[in-house]
Design a protein around this ligand. Sequence first.
Ligand code: ACO
Length: 326
Amino acid sequence: MIRGRIIATGSYVPENVVTNHDLEKVVDTSDDWITERTGIKQRRIVNAQQATSDLAYEAASLALKRAHYKPKDIDLIIVATITPDMAFPSTACILQDRLGATNAAAFDVNAACSGFIYGLHIANGLIKAGAHSRVLLVGAEVLSKVTDWQDRTTCILFGDGAGAALIEATKEKRGVYSTYISSDGSLSDLICLPGGGSRNPCSKETILKRLNYIKMKGNETFKVAVRTLEELVIKTLADNNLDPSQLSLLIPHQANIRIIQATAKRLGMPMEKVFMNIDKYGNTSAASVPIALDEAVQSGRIQDGDYVLLEAFGGGLTWASALLRW
Ligand code: ACO
């Protein structure tokens, strides 16, 4: 049986660190409130010149280097992002050109924070179908440029970054064991960016109404996220006939430490087996899971043979999980 296997990862975050204390000078908030309610202590923010493809390029180049691959070895590039460089061409096409990956098809996936796992679902499916054999999957976001820095309920949450994975066809008994994706568009108004598309094209009015920034009903989203993720992780393990104790590491989307703790509690998993870096980067949407995966691999938290569960929840609404055997 052929399946996809992640053979290398890479990640990149901008140099500029913005702490909670920095944000105390921008909006009416406090380090204590942000830390207690979210687990975030700081986030990385791009400079004015950096765009999403620049971050994606750094993460992808590192993954290629670690795999000893040349860009021409790749036959498909998928970029998961809700903050593309521009409406079109896709950020994946811009990345393809920058890398010189001339043998690759390229497209973007828009599933907000679940985007990387959506991309993994697509990549693995195409590999299993025999359509592609070497896929570069990147989750990359520059949320800071669509964040309303006057809105204390959202601006404390987000950060910029990128994570990449190289996925190769294998006949080995390891790799992507299962993926699951789902959505509920009826709750699309919980997290959205209303301006700048064909519904509300960019105009003086959309700017004045601040429609060109992320809007989120945080508390409602929180409740749906906790309930959905608890069901999702239980279902993913059951589908794979696994007991939570057989999992070596849970890598959740880094949106809120309280959501992560609730999911771990539902699984009965000790927090030592849950990867967290939300304190350093905040919520980087589609980049969150691959950055965490890369840091887990590089720090030796994942060993050959380990079962690793990825999960995410985000705008759409969307949610997704993937079970990996490393
Ligand atoms: N500093 C100080 N006080 C604040 C701040 C702040 N930055 N933000 C809100 N408050 C206040 C509110 O005004 C409110 O005050 P009130 O009680 O006087 O009205 C109080 O704090 C509580 O506000 P809540 O919104 O109820 O706070 P909550 O505990 O829900 O935390 C948060 C808010 C952190 C946003 C949380 O709801 C959350 O994490 N939601 C889920 C986010 C998520 O998972 N999103 C999905 C992915 S994002 C994507 O897809 C792009």
